[in-house]
Design a protein around this ligand. Structure first.
Ligand SMILES: Nc1ncnc2c1ncn2[C@@H]1O[C@H](COP(=O)(O)OP(=O)(O)OP(=O)(O)O)[C@@H](O)[C@H]1O
Ligand SMILES: [Mg+2]
Length: 471
């Protein structure tokens, strides 16, 4: 049987720089193909090249066959006609896949109407069923800005798959989801792949394991290893794949030990009796929370329980419905900082990254050398500063956001899943660096994370937000 996707000698270039080099792959019906790999290695651009959505300024060469049809022979309109119907894509940033003004349910039912040619009522019915299965029954009338990151991720998934495309390209479909919801999305993806093609890009080794099938591992634009997922995860051959699999949190050093025996630190912030209502849903009530200098406090809780909202309350970005937040150290307002769950939300799209950093340096009279040393520590090339936010990878933008907040010497940093877009090696190194810097500089670090193993390794204390009525 002919493969659903066949790629021969694919190259993606920015001018003379090759971003993806001589890549070959075959995607077959019933065998999921998963791409693991380093942040910035060309995974998302590969997916965009396949579907025909490469950003301006990048060029592609080589052969792409979808269902046996050579894409080079098709007009733009013919390629677009395949979208949703033959091949569907879930982009890395769910917000980019959603209409900001349209509630969740119509976003999904519209796809059934437009692509599936269903009557409005039947489309509505199908869309509600999809949202139900993704535990989004009560989110149907919310617009994207009213959804949590994990909820938006699932709505985008429903919209991307509603067209009934036989081939699905899913770029990090489970980031920002707690383990239960992650497993739910993986099971649905796997279901679809039984009768079609599924190409998944993920940084989550557990997702690769659950999907099974085949895996390729990418680094710096090339495939460094390929094989069955089972073989790659149990006995990787290349040094890079070995390091990647070994970087899972259970193998991290225990960072909590560093705090043991140290004198009690001064308190940076305290929240007393905090409650927050959103719409008619109570997210949390009568919550007491405090955090000291140099302390790492992990915050966990299911998707939609109010972790991000609690951070916004503590930072003074959102008033609590009741209770009080007390700042207990002398510091400038800008030293209470937040790392957004969704990195593009933190960057103005029309300004180069260098200009943006430069503005911040001038505004707060910061040390320019500090930015470069933070970027080096985060393994980011200086070249990225000449680009716009949409011209760097998801993981590069996430680390640039980290460099930017650290330049401001925060006394409190609310880090909302700060490594959700990073491969396991870079995630480990970045988390270790954040914790190390917090300890060195006495910054209080409030870390939102879903992985209990990670909490165990890094957090001095742990706060779990309980379930609210389903989202
Ligand atoms: N428009 C562009 N112009 C020039 N270079 C770009 C552009 N878009 C992306 N790049 C670069 O191409 C490389 C690959 O990007 P890509 O988004 O495919 O990475 P990725 O493997 O998906 O990474 P991540 O895991 O971080 O999402 C990155 O180094 C990125 O900086
Ligand atoms: Mg990517």
């Amino acid at each position: 049987m002919a493969p659903l996707i066949e790629i021969n000698s694919l190259e993606v270039r920015a001018g003379r720089t090759a971003i993806v080099e001589k890549l070959n792959l075959k995607l077959r019906k019933g065998t999921p193909l998963t791409i693991l790999g380093e942040t910035g290695s060309g995974k998302s651009l590969l997916a965009q090249a396949i579907i025909g959505l490469l950003p301006k300024g990048l060029t592609v060469s080589g052969q792409i066959l979808i269902d046996g049809r050579d894409q080079a022979g098709l007009s733009r309109a013919q390629r677009e006609r395949q979208w949703g119907r033959d091949i569907g894509m879930l982009p890395q940033e769910p917000w980019r896949a959603l209409d900001p003004l349209m509630p969740a349910l119509p976003q999904v039912s519209e796809v059934y109407e437009l692509v599936g040619k269903m009557e409005p009522e039947a489309a509505w019915h199908r869309a509600s069923g999809d949202l139900d299965r993704l535990q989004l029954a009560n989110a149907g009338n919310k617009i994207p800005a009213q959804l949590s990151g994990g909820m938006a991720q699932r709505v985008a998934f429903a919209a991307a798959t509603a067209g009934g495309a036989r081939i699905i390209l899913a770029d990090e479909p489970t980031k920002g989801l707690d383990a239960r919801r992650r497993d739910l999305v993986v099971a649905q993806l796997k279901d679809r792949s039984a009768n079609g093609g599924l190409l998944t890009i993920t940084h989550d080794i557990e997702v690769a394991r659950q999907l099974g099938g085949d895996t390729i591992v990418m680094r710096q634009g090339v495939v460094v290893e390929r094989g069955t997922t089972e073989q790659i995860l149990s006995s990787p051959k290349s040094a890079y794949a070995r390091a990647l699999v070994a970087a899972a949190p259970q193998n991290w050093p225990d960072l909590r030990a560093a705090a043991v025996g140290q004198p009690a630190k001064r308190r940076v912030l305290a929240g007393c009796g905090l409650s927050l209502m959103r719409g008619n849903k109570k997210l949390f009530s009568n919550l007491d929370i405090n955090i000291a200098a140099g302390e790492v406090l992990a915050l966990s809780g299911d998707s939609g329980t109010g972790k991000t909202s609690l951070g916004d309350v503590l930072l003074g970005l959102l008033p609590p419905s009741s209770g009080q937040v007390l700042r207990e150290v002398e510091a400038a307002r800008y030293q209470y900082q937040k790392l957004y769950q969704d990195p593009p939300a933190a960057f103005a799209p029309q300004v180069t990254l260098g200009r943006l950093m430069e503005d911040l340096i001038c505004l707060h009279r910061l040390d320019r050398g500090r930015l470069l040393s933070l970027m080096a520590r985060l393994n980011l090339s200086k070249k990225l500063l000449g680009r716009y936010p949409h011209q760097v990878s998801g993981g590069e933008l996430q680390r640039l956001a980290i460099a930017r907040v650290l330049m401001l010497d925060p006394v409190l940093l609310f880090a909302d899943e700060p490594t959700s877009r990073l491969d396991p090696i870079t995630a480990r190194d970045t988390t270790l660096m954040l914790v190390e810097l917090a300890r060195e500089s006495g910054c209080a670090l409030l870390l939102v994370c879903h992985d209990p193993l990670l909490v165990e390794k890094v957090a001095d204390r742990h706060l779990h937000l309980g379930a609210v009525a389903e989202d």
